[in-house]
Design a protein around this ligand. Structure first.
Ligand SMILES: C[S@@+](CC[C@H](N)C(=O)[O-])C[C@H]1O[C@@H](n2cnc3c(N)ncnc32)[C@H](O)[C@@H]1O
Length: 267
């Protein structure tokens, strides 16, 4: 049987197909890259991205002319981000830097005008203490007047119940190098409403044209859902002022069950 790893943390089909699966058009994060580039144009760089992954956002910022540091916990994801360097224009290559580190506790010898935590990455912090420590770290790395943007999903309460019905989730993508089909399934989902933590088991199966299974891997995704008012209080506790609160990346007003896009400022 497949070995089970924490999400993204080992070289895997999950990591290899991340970019193919994260085509933002038509997804809840549609427009996020343009939004982050627009924010950088407003407040300037340098920009720090936490949980930078394959560099999907960081490289776009560098291509738009901003110095960017991408902090990432997974060596495997970091390697994907670095692999894109050779394909980037010379100017962008000089502007982007990726570092291995944990968003819950990091120390960089630099401060930033803008810190971003895209695509719900903040939700990997599964306790309020970890969330607070992360925000305190960000606060120390932001220049006075600097801006922080955090994206979370806004919890749909019926999906957070202890025995919430679990809808079948299945997706098929083409592997970017082998060209084979990769089937992605969420095979189990449990909620812990006390801790506000969901745990999902994802299975990735690579199949060739003849239908032979070449690889099968499983990864566990653990995320904490956070209510809006909790985020308000957390920001206040750590010394941030909320400037904007949206339900998507087009500036729509806050709304139940959509995205939480927080724009906050270090005074
Ligand atoms: C959903 S991906 C987002 C990647 C990228 N920001 C994007 O928008 O495409 C979440 C990323 O956060 C990383 N991550 C998970 N826990 C982390 C931690 N404690 N510190 C830093 N990065 C972490 C994962 O390895 C993964 O690359």
């Amino acid at each position: 049987m497949a070995q089970t790893h924490p999400f993204y943390q080992a070289p895997s089909l999950n990591v290899e197909t991340y970019d193919e699966r994260t085509v933002a058009n038509g997804t809840p994060i549609e427009g996020d890259v343009e939004f982050f580039v627009g924010q950088a144009r407003e407040v300037g760089g340098p920009v720090l991205e936490l949980g930078a992954g394959t560099g999907r956002v960081a490289w776009a910022l560098a291509q738009a002319g901003f110095e960017v540091v991408g902090l990432e916990l997974s060596q495997a994801m970091l390697a994907r981000a670095e692999a894109k360097r050779a394909t980037m224009p010379e100017a962008a290559r000089k502007l982007a830097r990726f570092v291995l580190g944990a968003m819950g506790d990091f120390q960089l010898e630099q401060t930033f005008a803008l810190v971003i935590v895209p695509y719900r990455s903040f939700q990997v912090l599964t306790t309020p203490q970890d969330q607070r420590r992360c925000l305190e770290c960000i606060h120390r790395h932001l220049r006075p007047g600097g801006r922080l943007i955090v994206n979370l999903f806004d919890p749909q309460l019926d999906r957070c119940l202890p025995d919430a019905p679990f809808p079948t989730q299945e997706q098929t993508v083409r592997h970017p190098t082998s060209g084979n089909t990769v089937k992605v399934e969420v095979v189990s989902h449990t909620n812990d409403p006390l801790r506000q933590v969901l745990t999902e088991l994802w299975r990735f199966t690579e199949v060739n044209e003849a239908g032979d299974v070449l690889r099968q891997e499983e990864e566990v995704l653990t995320l904490r859902w956070t209510y809006r008012q909790e985020m308000h209080y957390l920001f206040e506790l750590v010394g941030f002022e909320v400037e904007g609160e949206y339900s998507d990346f087009h500036g729509s007003p806050r709304a139940y069950g959509k995205e939480e896009v927080w724009v906050v400022r270090r005074p």
